[in-house]
Design a binder for this molecule. Structure first.
Ligand SMILES: [Zn+2]
Length: 387
């Protein structure tokens, strides 16, 4: 019977036996090893879970266990450093991350992970120059690293280095194909101009503001501060020209310049010009309360009380909540020999007893400002104020 078994069948049995022996040997040998690496990886996984649960001290303990068993667990080291940073021990975090970078045999991926953590360490300890150095290393590896570009932008902003913030945002927007950054670019120019003005370089500041207007023709602070600069040099007609341009270009924001414009024109006694411009504007957008109120003031100053009253009454027709129009009307009625009307309106107003105060809130952090702002001094957000 034995002779009937085909020889290649025997051959198959032998192969199977060898395979079985090999598998058994492998299992025996790898058991010790796998016991270690499985407890390393289980501590590592437990540590990650502790992190998710927000238990940082427990995570530190478990990450330490994990790296003690396997010093090659780079990610555990990176995370240890990150936790130190989050706990405010930034120096310790920097030490852990820098020591990691010294290692040889790091994969490019790990090396970049460590650099990212190091950048975040430096940023949170305000060591901006070191952060920029580390970012350079990331760019050497990948010039189009989005994350690094965004960090670079953040650092330049934090350093108030607006020229470099400008350049960085420009490249970032090209990389991301994001074309709606011109408003932000213009605001960087506005910041540059403010620095010039702070150092009494009025002309330099104005040149930069003109650049801002070229980038974004609807950049309110560029017009406002350009006019302010002219006023500081007593060039009132230049100031009013800029603000009048603002009014016709950005009528929806006219309340931001109209007080300034009025002051300049009253100071120089040249408000027939502005009256003409405002009349035009008012025809174009009759619902613009700021324009109508200013016109009403001008009429009243010229002695045209009934003209002034008509304008305020028209405002109340379309905007019954305009307290300013009401207040002006009370004064105008009493000046124009209608004290009963003035009294009636005054009583109405006290019934509502609302105080209107101009306040601007940052939509990001609720910072409150009495003057309009485009860059929040508290949280650093841009264009976050409802103006
Ligand atoms: Zn804010």
């Amino acid at each position: 019977m034995i002779e009937q078994i085909p020889p290649n069948y025997l051959y198959g049995i032998a192969l199977l036996a060898i395979a079985l022996i090999l598998i058994t040997v492998y299992l025996l040998v790898s058991r010790k090893k796998s016991r270690i690496s499985s407890s390393d990886s289980s501590d590592y996984i437990k540590a990650l879970n502790a992190l998710i649960e927000g238990n940082k001290d427990e995570a530190i303990r478990l990450f330490y266990n994990s790296v003690r068993q396997n010093t090659e667990n780079i990610d555990a080291y990176i995370r240890l450093g990150d936790i130190f940073r989050q706990q405010g021990k930034v120096e310790k975090a920097i030490k852990v991350h820098r020591e990691l970078l010294v290692r040889r045999n790091l994969s490019q991926h790990s090396r970049n992970q460590i650099r990212r953590s190091l950048v975040t360490d430096y940023v949170s300890s305000k060591a901006y120059d070191k952060a920029l150095d580390t970012l350079k290393e990331l760019f050497a590896n990948d010039p189009k690293d989005f994350w690094a570009k965004r960090q670079q932008l953040y650092v330049h902003e934090a350093q108030q280095d607006w020229e470099n913030a400008f350049k960085t945002l420009k490249t970032l927007s090209k990389l991301e194909g994001n074309k709606v950054v011109h408003k932000q670019l213009a605001l960087y120019k506005v910041e540059v101009a403010q620095l010039h003005f702070k150092n009494s370089r009025e002309k330099d500041g104005r040149i930069v503001l003109r650049e801002a207007m070229k980038i974004d023709a609807d950049c309110p602070p560029a017009y406002i501060y350009l006019g302010d600069s002219y006023v500081r040099e007593e060039r009132y007609s230049d100031a009013s020209k800029v603000w009048v341009e603002f009014l016709s270009r950005i009528p929806g924001k006219s309340h931001l310049v109209i007080d300034r414009l009025q002051e300049v024109l009253y100071a120089t006694g040249t408000y027939s010009e502005i009256e003409r411009i405002l009349d035009e504007l008012s025809e174009k957008s009759p619902d613009n309360v700021d324009v109508s109120l200013t016109l009403s003031d001008i009429r009243a100053r010229k002695g045209d009380l009934s003209g002034a009253i008509r304008l305020c009454e028209a405002i109340l027709e379309s905007n019954p909540d305009s307290q300013l129009a009401r207040l002006k009307l009370i004064r105008l009625y009493s000046q124009n020999g209608k004290p009963e009307k003035a009294l009636g309106m005054a009583l109405e107003l006290t019934d509502k007893s609302t105080t209107v105060e101009k306040k601007f809130l940052c939509s990001n952090c609720q910072y409150e400002s009495s003057s309009p702002l485009w860059h929040c001094p508290q949280c650093g957000a841009w264009n976050s104020f409802d103006l």
